[in-house]
Design a protein around this ligand. Sequence first.
Ligand code: HEC
Ligand code: HEC
Length: 334
Amino acid sequence: MMKQTILTTAIALASGLAIHTAAQAANDEPISPIKPPASINLGMVELGKKLYFDPRLSKSGIMSCNTCHNLSMGGTDNIPTSVGDKWQQGPINAPTVLNSSLNLAQFWDGRAADLKAQAGGPIANPGEMAFTHTLAINVLESIPAYVREFKLVFGKDKIDIDQVTLAIAEFEKTLVTPNSRFDQWLLGNKSALTKQEQEGYALFKDSGCVACHNGEAVGGNSFQKMGLVEPYKTTATAEGRAGVTGKDADRFNFKVPTLRNVEMTYPYFHDGAANTLTEAVDIMGRLQLGKKFTKDENAKIVAFLKTLTGDQPTFTLPILPPSADATPRPTPFK
Ligand code: HEC
Ligand code: HEC
């Protein structure tokens, strides 16, 4: 069996064929359909879901992951930059959590390797949930139903931040959005897209958008310069990947955002400066490709982008275990 696979691979390589997934092989497109999550731990997902919605992981007691990554609104907050503890203005746009498990790294500059590494950040970020990991664990440890559930899932006597971030990351793995009209079309249902949408996809490919926006997430798999052909003007201070690598060549390189569900994740760009898809497509055309789209071309591309909206995660809203008498209380005004 193993030998067979290696042999097939060798032949494919030798004959210069790229190796595709089954779905890609069917139609040889630069974008592939979203697959359901591979293997997930259901107990961990249920716990992670509670933690994702639990505002008691914030100092104010009112801010949860869902505040800024609202799963009723495409996993974002739909404002230019997020509002943090005590109404602080955040420095950067909140990317969607939908399909974030497909990203090569997390954050606009990729400073977190994966979802688990990411999840501890916001709890302790003074500009976001403004808590500390110790205080968050104290809260969880004081709530008997949480103590029981953590023990059930992890089999340990003490709750720690590793378990918290693991559970949240496991829940986030379930936030994929398969079955968009575009994926139905990729999988062979040729009537899933209108003529205008198909023309939009052709423009998206032929103009070169797919050089950066490709793969399962239509992005999320590389860092690229914002303003490749023409510089991007912004008052935002984010320097992109250079902040992580320290290399000047990485200045203004950002993780290419996923375009899955992009109709829902406005406003656009790391500074949230583009309010509409029309605007974002116009800017991308000019700045990344040196191309000025006509009104008609722009409308076609936008129509295509809107076919990337997939099935949104649906589940029963988790009911959180109530605080106990000993649970430390939130301090929203301190
Ligand atoms: C106050 C708003 C806010 C809260 C609360 C918040 N986030 Fe975020 N989140 C952001 C912003 C803003 C970014 C982008 C930061 C950056 O790239 O520098 C982000 C980035 C992310 C990313 C990376 C996505 C990507 O494509 O790079 C993930 C995943 C994520 N947050 C999950 C969470 C989880 C889990 C929680 C709860 C523990 C949480 N967030 C709480 C605002 C928030
Ligand atoms: C050279 C790589 C590259 C090319 C080519 C490119 N993009 Fe992008 N795209 C990016 C990067 C990087 C960002 C994020 C930039 C930022 O936020 O500063 C982005 C952001 C976007 C966004 C906003 C997404 C969001 O959630 O904020 C849209 C929409 C978009 N691109 C569409 C397109 C279209 C349509 C084309 C073709 C006309 C295109 N892109 C070509 C790299 C590219």
